[in-house]
Design a protein around this ligand. Structure first.
Ligand SMILES: NC(=O)c1ccc[n+]([C@@H]2O[C@H](COP(=O)([O-])OP(=O)(O)OC[C@H]3O[C@@H](n4cnc5c(N)ncnc54)[C@H](O)[C@@H]3O)[C@@H](O)[C@H]2O)c1
Length: 337
């Protein structure tokens, strides 16, 4: 297998490392910013660089990683799939459901494979939460409180950076870190029935930027209700900063017990209604997780033809819920799905 990586920014190193660990050759790294692509090529010993995707296709890759701002995911994915290349897109899949549909249509038409690297869905506390909820041993889930408190203040407040810019990102914190949590909640609790949301650009200055903080209330078809809070401006977050400088936490009140999952201490715990601790893991890496790394998992799926834990349809559903949440915030209404 031969790979190319599109975009040489923050997340590209995770993709490069994943290819290297699997012994997959990276033929070229693509970035219009010359210094950025040459620095990455030098750091990782990648033999070629390219300014455009079209140039990199000359190396006949089998697989490509999209590590670019969100507005480029759909056009690049479609071009790659049509060129016969399997695609691993970063999350969110795209800015809108319409863009997701164009990507899915191209994958279905060409028979090539399209994956979305929803890394947090395979984050051990989240994976285990999903497995426990799906197993049903705690009875009906009732109420969920979920939060992702993060710090992207600098990039989002920079008018020239794509982060949190409507046009290039598709929204603010909700479509960004929020997409991790919506995807995880869909995995644990199933389809969403309705969404109510409010967002605010509380601290971020540039007028063309979207919300830096958002609250989303979800009602699932199984009657569970969830409240998700996400922010990009927690520069003095007092939560433990174990995972990408953020606090990621979910609590579930279920019929037969209470679950805590995330990057605090403990990283995962289940207590039953009699007060017995059924499971408890202090640290994230102690939580049982059969697929600990999303990119390794996706590369295994490409190699053996198996289905990923998060399909392109799941990733599209995440964007559909987010789109409904943005509509709710904009129009001040509850949106049914
Ligand atoms: N899974 C995660 O936890 C996680 C973490 C960070 C970012 N991401 C996702 O990864 C993507 C990239 O985010 P980032 O933080 O690495 O961004 P970044 O700004 O650090 O890097 C993006 C790179 O893409 C390059 N680029 C711009 N236009 C391009 C083009 N036409 N062709 C090729 N390259 C181009 C830019 O020059 C830049 O180097 C986003 O979709 C983001 O949501 C995911």
């Amino acid at each position: 297998m031969k790979a190319i990586v599109i975009g040489s920014g923050v997340i590209s190193s995770a993709h490069i490392e994943a290819y290297r660990k699997k012994g997959i050759e990276i033929a070229s790294i693509v970035d219009p910013v010359r210094e950025a692509r040459e620095k990455a090529a030098e750091t990782w010993g990648i033999p070629h660089t390219a300014a455009t995707l079209e140039e990199a296709l000359a190396y006949h890759p089998d697989v490509a990683s999209l590590c670019t701002p969100n507005y480029l995911h759909a056009p690049h994915a479609v071009a790659l799939l049509e060129a016969g290349v399997d695609v691993i897109s970063e999350k969110p899949m795209a800015r809108t459901v319409r863009e997701c549909d164009a990507m899915i249509e191209a994958a279905e038409r060409t028979g090539k494979r399209l994956f979305v690297a929803h890394s947090q869905r395979l984050y051990p506390p989240h994976q285990h939460l999903i497995d426990v909820m799906r197993a049903g041993t705690l009875g009906k889930p009732v109420m969920v409180i979920s939060t992702f408190i993060g710090d992207e203040y600098r990039r989002m407040n920079d008018p020239a950076n794509w982060k949190g810019d409507f046009e290039h990102s598709g929204g603010g914190v909700l479509i960004d870190n929020g997409s991790h949590m919506i995807n995880m909640l869909l995995g644990a609790f199933g389809p969403v029935e309705s969404v109510e949301s409010i967002g605010t650009r509380a601290l971020i200055q540039p007028e063309h930027k979207a919300e830096d903080t958002s609250v989303v209330n979800l009602k699932f078809r199984n009657r569970t209700v969830a409240s998700l809070t996400v922010t990009f401006v927690a520069r003095a977050c007092s939560f433990p900063k174990g995972y990408c400088g953020c606090a990621i936490r979910t609590e579930v009140v279920a019929e037969k017990g209470f679950v805590t999952a995330g990057n605090g201490t403990p990283a995962f715990q289940i207590v039953d209604n009699e007060g017995n601790t059924l499971e408890r893991y202090e640290k994230e890496n102690e939580v049982p997780a059969p697929r600990p790394n999303v990119l390794a998992h996706i590369l295994d799926c490409i190699r053996d033809g198996s289905e990923p834990f998060v399909t392109m349809y799941d990733a599209r559903e995440t964007v559909r819920v987010i789109e409904a949440a943005y509509r709710s915030a904009r129009e001040g209404v509850r949106v049914s799905l």
